[in-house]
Write a protein that binds this ligand. Structure first.
Ligand code: ATP
Ligand code: MG
Length: 400
């Protein structure tokens, strides 16, 4: 049997928003719900139509009384972290059981072009004052559907369509649960500073941390003229794509050229990458402190390149005084690429513009840096402190 959805004429006026984890936060639950409501409102600002987003007895609803673009609405909701499922809904006041049966029949008739599928009715009676018990109500609604649509069949174990009837302050009817992205609403878990390059990994890392409810800002180390304006534009484009999920991102563009040249001239070339990365971390932390970000985020993954051996990671991490989140640390490249494709950053990431590290990489970088030797090399960088201060003074902020 086939479910034929195409010719249905059903257009919902409301959506029930299901959320997963924020439901288990006990007393803080309302904080998470309020955050989710706000994130949904923000996401719908760009969609045509008037929406109201509200919570009612542990449920979040989106409704639109007027005309709105259904596809755009669903696409926008699919990018709101914290949403586990989006259920296009019929919602009405209780006007007796006969009315409920009639409305269920009408809903199924509008929703599905051909009514020849297996189904099960599930009734949840939150309003215990409702005169009919859930099991009995489900059986009677099922019978009414069978009478109305003789080609439908009940299958209580593996139904193709689950007809959900929730009897609450109002009655909710829905069959479809469109998967949301999961995670937690952005802004429910503080703020972190993402080191965003033009590569494949860091946008994915930022997206993952954002998915846990963390608001992100970003820093990009730009080295003109060694890195072009187009490389910078690529980072801006990547930040915009990530912002589609993460919300507005403040991107700090640091001019790294002078400091990088100085390191290049002063330190052994096989240590360049590590020393540069230590300075990136130092500067990122200074910006994080100014912007009240409590952690850094990078796209590092064990063993991917010389600067990401466990020894290199340890040497880079040594200068960090705040937590560094490396969500991709144990991911294979293939799995990172899969996520990059899914979230839409991959095509932009593979555009061939140099990022600053590729210009200054040594032919044979150390893979097992000794922190004492690195420190000794850095002690020769007497002008570095002043240059870092200059980086902080001259950085550009782009609101995305
Ligand atoms: P990505 O794909 O994210 O560029 P990568 O595999 O190229 O990562 P590296 O170049 O070693 O790896 O960089 C490791 C991490 O350091 C990046 O994921 C990013 O978080 C940060 N990083 C590297 N270069 C820059 C830069 N120019 N500006 C900001 N952050 C950077
Ligand atoms: Mg890179």
């Amino acid at each position: 049997m086939e479910i034929n959805m195409s010719p249905g004429t059903f257009k919902p006026h409301a959506f029930l928003i299901k959320y997963a984890e924020i439901g288990i936060k006990g007393k803080n639950r309302y904080v998470f719900e309020d955050r989710l409501v706000q994130c949904i409102k923000d996401a719908l600002k760009a969609v045509e139509g008037e929406f109201s987003v509200y919570k009612e007895m542990g449920r979040v609803y989106v409704s639109s009384s007027g005309d709105y673009d259904y596809d755009e609405t669903v696409e926008a909701l699919k990018k709101v972290f914290g949403i586990a499922g989006i259920c296009p809904l019929v919602r009405f006041k209780d006007e007796g059981f006969e009315d409920l049966k009639a409305k269920t029949i009408a809903f199924i008739g509008e929703k599905y072009g051909s009514r020849s599928f297996t189904f099960k009715v599930e009734v949840r009676r939150v309003d215990k004052k409702y005169p009919i018990r859930s099991m009995d109500a489900a059986a009677m609604i099922g019978e009414a559907l069978l009478n109305a649509y003789p080609n439908m069949k009940v299958d209580v174990h593996h139904p193709q369509v689950m007809v959900n009837v929730e009897i609450r302050e109002e009655i909710n009817l829905y069959t479809e649960v469109i998967p949301g992205p999961g995670g937690m609403p952005v802004g429910s878990n503080g703020k972190a500073m993402l080191l965003l390059s033009g590569g494949i990994d860091s946008p994915v890392a930022g997206w993952m941390v954002s998915k846990r409810g963390v608001r992100i800002e970003a820093v990009y180390f730009h080295a003109p003229p060694y890195t072009s304006e187009r490389a910078k534009q690529k980072v801006i484009d990547l930040a915009s794509i990530v912002a589609g999920w993460a919300g507005p991102i403040r991107l700090h563009v640091v001019n790294f050229t002078e400091l990088q040249m100085y390191i290049y001239e002063t330190c052994p070339h096989d240590e360049l990458t590590i020393i540069m990365r230590r300075y990136m971390m130092r500067i990122a932390q200074l910006i994080a402190a100014e912007e009240k970000c409590l952690a850094l985020v990078t796209g590092e993954s064990i063993g991917q390149v010389a600067s990401q051996t466990i020894q290199s990671l340890a040497a880079t991490n040594e200068v960090c005084e705040i937590p560094v989140f490396r969500p991709l640390i144990a991911f294979d490249k293939k799995d990172i690429v899969d996520i990059a494709q899914e979230i839409g950053t991959f095509e932009t990431s593979i555009q061939p513009f140099e990022d600053c590290c590729t210009i200054f990489v040594a032919k044979h970088p150390v893979t097992k840096p000794n922190v004492n030797i690195i420190r000794r090399s850095e002690s020769k960088l007497v002008k570095a402190e002043e240059m870092v201060a200059e980086c902080m003074r001259t950085k550009e902020i782009i609101e995305i």
